[in-house]
Ligand binder design. Structure first.
Ligand code: FEO
Length: 168
């Protein structure tokens, strides 16, 4: 049984994951508009991944005696100065998500909620991967600039497909 403080904190993060999804969907549209369908594809997969994160929290709250509660989601930005600026925003956003997940873990520990600590462990590991993946693309974008190599990177990113992790 979740204590109220834990339930509220997970619900807050669940809604933040939906907000994250909307940011990436908005970035997908920005990339499509700017002739980079591979980048758009990558962002659409990222959108699906964030919805998957939100649904993991939704199911956990409802399965542990709480009530998943959907709240108003802020509108995301719609324009970025460049592909690099968009991915830098994504990296900063993922760093913020990591700090929020760490705070959730702090609450679970303070409440001696061992089940939630185990549940959150998956997200702690996931954030290491999220930051590394986005950071890698930021690094590549810094190298390629606005030239023809951008289109090669676009082709690389066109191959990403979201596959829900097995057994999760
Ligand atoms: Fe759900 Fe990208 O953190």
């Amino acid at each position: 049984m979740l204590v109220k403080r834990m339930e509220d904190a997970i619900n807050d993060q669940m809604n933040f994951e939906i907000y994250s999804a909307h940011i990436y969907l908005s970035m997908a549209s920005y990339f499509e508009e700017n002739g980079l369908p591979g980048f758009a594809n990558w962002m659409k997969a990222q959108y699906q991944e964030e919805i998957f994160h939100a649904m993991k929290m939704f199911d956990y709250v409802n399965e542990t005696g709480g009530r998943a509660t959907i709240s108003a989601i802020d509108a995301p930005a719609t324009e970025w100065e460049s592909p690099l600026a968009a991915f830098q925003t994504a990296l900063e956003h993922e760093q913020l998500v990591t700090s929020r997940i760490n705070k959730l873990m702090d609450i679970a520990r303070e409440e001696s909620d061992h089940a939630t600590s185990i549940f959150l462990q998956w997200f702690i590991s996931e954030q290491v991967e999220e930051e590394a993946t986005v950071g890698d693309i930021v690094g590549k974008l810094k190298l390629v600039g606005d030239g023809g190599a951008l289109f090669m990177l676009d082709r690389d990113l066109s191959t990403r497909a979201f596959t829900p992790p097995q057994g999760e």
